[in-house]
Design a protein around this ligand. Sequence first.
Ligand SMILES: Nc1ncnc2c1ncn2[C@@H]1O[C@H](COP(=O)(O)OP(=O)(O)O)[C@@H](O)[C@H]1O
Ligand SMILES: [Mg+2]
Length: 275
Amino acid sequence: MQTDRDPVTAHRAIEVEGLHKSFGALEVLKGIDFSVERGEVVCVIGPSGSGKSTLLRCVNLLEEPTAGRVTVAGTEVTDPDVDIDRVRRRIGMVFQSFNLFPHLTALENLTIAQRRVLRRDRAAAERVARANLERVGLSDKEAAYPAQLSGGQQQRVAIARALSMEPELMLFDEPTSALDPELVGDVLAVMRGLAQDGMTMLVVTHEMSFAREVADRVVFMDAGIIVEQGVPERVIADPQHERTRTFLARVLDPAAAGISEATEAEAPPGDQREP
Ligand SMILES: Nc1ncnc2c1ncn2[C@@H]1O[C@H](COP(=O)(O)OP(=O)(O)O)[C@@H](O)[C@H]1O
Ligand SMILES: [Mg+2]
């Protein structure tokens, strides 16, 4: 049923207004305004220390904003009277470090919060868990412990665990940054599938090809502000601000930046240096 016009559900996934966050004297977020529509995939890029993680953590109130309003799926999370546990239940969060319970199998990692928080019985929780392990391509690993899985597999278990709580939106904080390069693709493929299925996603990432292909919008942050945002073709291929250009030049490899021929022509073949 199409319920988009229902006044109760016709809300944005995330709305951030005038968000400031300081740690002591250090002002990390200096006035952030932005929103994420339902079903939208937004990638946040920017240098280390620019406040990307802090922004994500303010969305689910892992950090308390110093000033401003944050609304998630129609509920103002910065309202002092909000039931934050209730709000967090609707938000899936995937971190750089997978944070799986080492003493629990993959299946148990997926069922524990369902049983404790959602009060599902074992059979129901396992049904949901198996469906989500299948979704991330790990049906054969349900009995494995985290230490028996590769980093990429552990991160896919972490994504399946978040999905098992049936969140309305998912926050990803550099989900592939801790992975060996050859394991990144499988995790990004799972995330691409989620995006295609219509999941609302806010993703901090340095994977520019993912941002380019999957994001509806790219947000570039630097030093606690949003410097620019727009469709990926605009922000990544045609940035308007010098700070964005400097950042992109650092993270994009020459091929992706479209200057591969010149760079390759200048690079001496390795064997010329052989005696
Ligand atoms: N809990 C904290 N206490 C003090 N400083 C913090 C805390 N969390 C983050 N910071 C500081 O805030 C700044 C932004 O951090 P962060 O949001 O993690 O940036 P990013 O994710 O873009 O790398 C950094 O200077 C960092 O050291
Ligand atoms: Mg970070």
